[in-house]
Design a protein around this ligand. Structure first.
Ligand SMILES: Nc1ncnc2c1ncn2[C@@H]1O[C@H](COP(=O)(O)OP(=O)(O)OP(=O)(O)O)[C@@H](O)[C@H]1O
Length: 345
């Protein structure tokens, strides 16, 4: 994966490298008396990574749903490469916009590869009869789809797990798989809804690199995220929604320094280069994890010695019982540790 993770190359405010891929004008979405999104304009140019931030309930996901045909905006218009988008999500995908969801939506009982193949259906031309008759055209198309799906799995680092069931992947890899599946429709614009939610710092850092790599492949990206370090390190431009309205739009420095954004959302400005901070945080987390492992094994050794001493003092039969119990208790800890960690997310 060729990645360019320097903040400089994704410099906020740098001239847009291309024409508008997405052009949303005056988008308003009302649910009865509630206006979730009000008169929002947003453009994403080719080669750009744009962030959409705002407090909970600000209307970010509703706005995404308006862009992807899940909702028909009450007012306004959304264009993709100059064409008004049809109000049907599969047609929006076919036009060139793909998305991931805030809550992972994979086919849990299908393999990793099958999940990506599902994502390719808008790009396969073979019709129903071809699929039923399984003629040479179908087999050629299927082989090409599998090849492309494997390329995408390699791109996100999941090719070795192609035959695993999606539900058996760790959380961070499920998010990667969602991205691979979205990319399978060969989009020109990828919408990511909280791609790092529940991730640890290492996984977040890897996702950041993946998004840069996607941009480098010519796919523009619009991303919703609450992790401000991630957003300000990644995005060329950031738009801030508050109570359905766009409060501010600009480069990272402009947004971070805007008093209204600080008051409504950020709290206090980020200082220093977020990239450096994040690297330091990841390194510290890795060092802590290593130190934790070493301490755990030292503790385990000490426990074993203490138990052995106790056992010597007791009757032989009792010592055997005590060892067996200790082994049971260790086994229970090991088994519980992984699911517990998963549940924490
Ligand atoms: N289908 C719906 N029907 C009625 N109200 C809705 C619907 N979808 C969203 N809303 C409301 O619209 C507002 C914006 O919600 P939305 O989920 O878009 O916010 P958000 O910025 O994505 O929040 P979060 O960061 O928590 O995901 C909220 O008040 C929400 O309750």
């Amino acid at each position: 994966m060729t990645t360019d993770t320097t903040t400089q190359d994704a410099t906020p405010g740098a001239p847009a490298s291309g024409e508008a891929v997405l052009d949303a004008r005056g988008v308003t979405m009302r649910f009865g008396g509630l206006t979730a999104v009000r008169n929002v304009d947003l453009t994403v140019n080719s080669g750009e990574i744009v962030g959409l931030i705002g407090p909970n309930g600000a209307g970010k996901t509703t706005f995404f749903n308006c862009l992807t045909g899940l909702y028909v905006p009450t007012e306004g218009e959304v264009r993709y490469r100059g064409q008004v988008l049809p109000p049907k999500s599969f047609k929006v995908t076919a036009a060139g916009i793909a998305r991931t969801f805030q809550n992972i939506r994979l086919f849990a009982n299908m393999t990793v590869l099958e999940n990506v193949l599902v994502g390719r259906h808008t790009r396969t031309k073979e019709g129903l009869w071809s699929a039923l008759l399984r003629g040479p055209g179908f087999h050629r198309a299927e082989a090409a789809s599998r090849e492309r799906a494997m390329e995408l799995l390699q791109f996100v680092g999941l090719d070795q797990k192609a035959e695993h069931l999606a539900r058996n992947l760790p959380y961070g890899e499920q998010r990667k798989l969602e991205i691979a599946r979205a990319l399978a429709s060969e989009p020109g614009l990828l919408l990511l809804d909280e791609p790092t939610a529940g991730m640890n710092p290492q996984e977040t850092r890897a996702t950041e690199e993946l998004v840069f790599a996607i941009r480098d492949k010519g796919v523009a990206v619009l991303v919703i995220e609450h992790d401000m370090r991630f957003i300000f390190n990644l995005c060329d431009r950031v738009a801030v929604l508050v109570q359905g309205e766009k409060l501010v739009e600009g480069d990272s420095a402009t947004v971070q320094g805007d008093d209204r954004v600080i008051a409504a959302y950020l709290g206090e400005p980020f200082e220093n280069a977020p990239g450096d901070e994040e690297v330091a945080e990841v390194e510290a987390a890795e060092a802590n994890a290593e130190a934790g492992e070493t301490a755990e094994s030292a503790e385990a050794g000490a426990d074993a010695t203490a138990e052995a001493t106790d056992a010597d003092a007791d009757a032989t039969a009792e010592a055997a019982d005590s060892d067996a119990e200790a082994a049971d208790s260790d086994a229970a800890t090991t088994t519980d540790a992984a699911p517990g960690k998963e549940n924490d997310r």
